[in-house]
Design a binder for this molecule. Structure first.
Ligand SMILES: O=C(CO)[C@H](O)[C@H](O)COP(=O)(O)O
Length: 227
C-alpha cells in the first residue's frame, strides 16, 4: 500500500492544528523544518513540533532541512516525532545519528538532495527505516517535479531489493496526480505532497485520491510489502 504524507509547508501556518486535522486519514503528517542555512527558507522548530504532536493523532514525519543535524535530530524525537529524517549532506555521523534516533523510539530516515548520489550510502541502508529522495531542490513548496530523479529512485529500489531490506522509499517535491504514478513505477512507496493536498478544495479527499492512484502501481509491484 502506498503511503501519502501531506506536507504542512503548504498549509496555513496560522491554523496548523486545524490544518493537521483536515488530513486525518493520511499516513503521516510531513513537517518541514528549515533553518535558513541548509536551505534558503525558515519555517518552524522543536516547540511547534511538540505542539503539533499533541494536536493530531496522525504521526509526525519530521524532515530536517537544517545544519548540525547530529545535534538537533534527537530533540525532534523527544518532541513527539514518529519518524525523523536528516540530510546526508548535513550529518557528520549518519550511522551514529540513525542509531540514536532508533534508540529513542522513532523511525530513522535519511534524505538526499537532487545532486547527491545514493551509491556512497549503500552500506548504510540497513541502519535506516526510510530513505528520502528529494525530487526538487529543498526549500520551497510548489516547485516542478524533477523527472531527472527517476533513475535515482529506480537505482535505490534495486539496492533495497538486492539487500532484502524493508526500507520505505519516500519522494518529496512536486508530487501530484500528474507525477505520482511515475514515482511509484520507479519504486517509491511513500509520497510527500504539499500543494497537491493543501491546494485542493478537500485535502482529505486529495489524500485518498493520490493513494488510490499510487496503489494502482504499488499494489502489483514485486517489492510492495503491505505496510
Ligand atoms: O520539502 C519540501 C520542500 O523542500 C516540501 O515537503 C515539498 O516541496 C512539498 O511541497 P510540494 O508538494 O508543493 O512540492
Amino acid at each position: 500500500m502506498a503511503q501519502i504524507n501531506p506536507s504542512i509547508l503548504s498549509a496555513d501556518f496560522a491554523r496548523l492544528a486545524e490544518e493537521a486535522k483536515a488530513v486525518e486519514g493520511a499516513d503521516w503528517l510531513h513537517v518541514d523544518v528549515m533553518d535558513n542555512h541548509f536551505v534558503p527558507n525558515l519555517t518552524l522548530g522543536v516547540p511547534i513540533v511538540e505542539a503539533l504532536s499533541k494536536a493530531t493523532d496522525t504521526p509526525l514525519d519530521c524532515h530536517l532541512m537544517i545544519e548540525d543535524a547530529d545535534r538537533w535530530a534527537p530533540q525532534y524525537v523527544e518532541a513527539g516525532a514518529g519518524s525523523v529524517t536528516f540530510h546526508a549532506e548535513a550529518a557528520a555521523a549518519p550511522v551514529r545519528l540513525a542509531r540514536e534516533i532508533r534508540a529513542k523510539g522513532a523511525r530513522a530516515s535519511m534524505a538526499l538532495k537532487p545532486a547527491t548520489p545514493i551509491e556512497p550510502y549503500e552500506d548504510l541502508l540497513p541502519e535506516l527505516d526510510m530513505l528520502l529522495i528529494m525530487t526538487v531542490e529543498p526549500g520551497f513548496g510548489g516547485q516542478a517535479f524533477l523527472d531527472i530523479m527517476l533513475p535515482k529512485i529506480r537505482r535505490t529500489r534495486e539496492l533495497i531489493s538486492k539487500h532484502g531490506l524493508e526500507l520505505w522509499l519516500q519522494v518529496d517535491g512536486g508530487v501530484s496526480a500528474t507525477t505520482i504514478e511515475r514515482c511509484a513505477e520507479a519504486g517509491a512507496d511513500v509520497f510527500v505532497a504539499g500543494s497537491a493536498v493543501y491546494g485542493a478544495e478537500d485535502p482529505a479527499e486529495a489524500v485518498r485520491a493520490l493513494r488510490a492512484q499510487a496503489d494502482t502501481v504499488t499494489a502489483s509491484a514485486p517489492w510492495a510489502c503491505g505496510h
